[in-house]
Design a protein around this ligand. Sequence first.
Ligand SMILES: NC(=O)c1ccc[n+]([C@@H]2O[C@H](COP(=O)([O-])OP(=O)(O)OC[C@H]3O[C@@H](n4cnc5c(N)ncnc54)[C@H](O)[C@@H]3O)[C@@H](O)[C@H]2O)c1
Ligand SMILES: O=C(O)[C@H](O)COP(=O)(O)O
Length: 387
Amino acid sequence: MYNVKCLNKISPVGLARFGANYTCGEDVENPEAILVRSASMHEMELPSSLLAIARAGAGVNNIPLDKCSEAGICVFNTPGANANAVKELVIAGLLLASRKIVPGIEWAKGLKGKGAEVGKLVEKGKSQFVGPEISGKRLGVIGLGAIGILVANAAKSLGMEVYGYDPYLSVDAAWGLSRSTKHAQTLDEIYANCDYITLHVPLTPDTKEMINAESIAKMQDHVRILNFARGDLVNSADILKALADGKVASYVTDFPTDEMLGAEGVIAVPHLGASTPESEDNCARMAADELKDYLENGNILHSVNLPNVSMPRDPAFTRVCIIHRNVPNTISLLAGKLADAGINIENMQSKSRKDYAYTILDVTGDFSSDSAKKMEESEDIIRVRVI
Ligand SMILES: NC(=O)c1ccc[n+]([C@@H]2O[C@H](COP(=O)([O-])OP(=O)(O)OC[C@H]3O[C@@H](n4cnc5c(N)ncnc54)[C@H](O)[C@@H]3O)[C@@H](O)[C@H]2O)c1
Ligand SMILES: O=C(O)[C@H](O)COP(=O)(O)O
């Protein structure tokens, strides 16, 4: 039996994947796994029972990754599972940033009660809500991952000239990108050329407040900026000043803060990027499958702190899964300890990722939980699991 604790509302479509051997819910005690969306886990005490966390979504800045790695907890996310939902909202955001749709709707509501005059008042008042078309304008996409690519391709098909910037662009991503996307070599190229700029990078120490007074000064006058990635990518005081000065024409954000709400030129959406039934189902399904395969087979797919390692399961063998430091000699240390205990290694996979490594061994012989505990006494072995 496994316990899965849900820190946010998770689609039942995903929870149904777990089956009878699992108890899932908000109040589950001693969980082996946690399912989370945007709830912050930074202040949370991680239970010693915890083996894995799955973020049903993309951004993992709400999870203390270093602390998890040190505790031997594998963290997953669900790459691409909500990308289409975000892309659709970004396209809406481009139009909202241009066409004064929100103020127009608010103004029209004020005509309620004017009876037969409404039609005439609409025609008289509409000129205050003129806004430009996006077709023919230049869009800069910063971050060409699952979402950035879809946005770039959709904007192209709406007639925009698209510039893309991503110094870590993957080969798969490059294949998916429309050939007409201009490859910007620097952020300055995006800032200097684009009428619209949309952010699709993760929040990290490197990207925090990348949009600030200095970067805004390099942009075109009346630029429109969209942020459906994370609020802290943008320095709030600097963007508010740029909006007040008229340098920035509009800031569309999925991450409202108190100072943003009601400010002229800010269009604040309540973090709705991934809030579609389709994407909630996709993310929950993928997250549940990742957890299940890890808990039951030790296989890792789509981890953000450990390497991806998978091996088909052979019921003839006992599986031993080891999270260890990525230092020389660890594999021979493991093999030596097993040989001393009379255990034979039948199959093995091992991979590293930065400071950590993960090894799956299929063994024959009597390898017990006690043997696993003994192995964990070595300084460089973080967690050993026998499945
Ligand atoms: N508003 C929402 O509801 C919502 C939904 C999903 C994702 N997000 C946010 O959007 C981000 C991107 O999501 P994704 O699914 O496209 O992730 P992704 O991992 O597929 O893509 C991120 C891309 O950013 C690139 N990148 C990293 N650092 C960069 C830098 N300094 N400059 C330029 N590019 C850089 C990476 O190479 C990668 O291609 C997530 O991290 C998350 O914070 C928001
Ligand atoms: O990073 C993400 O996937 C998004 O911000 C979605 O967050 P949510 O799952 O809380 O809607």
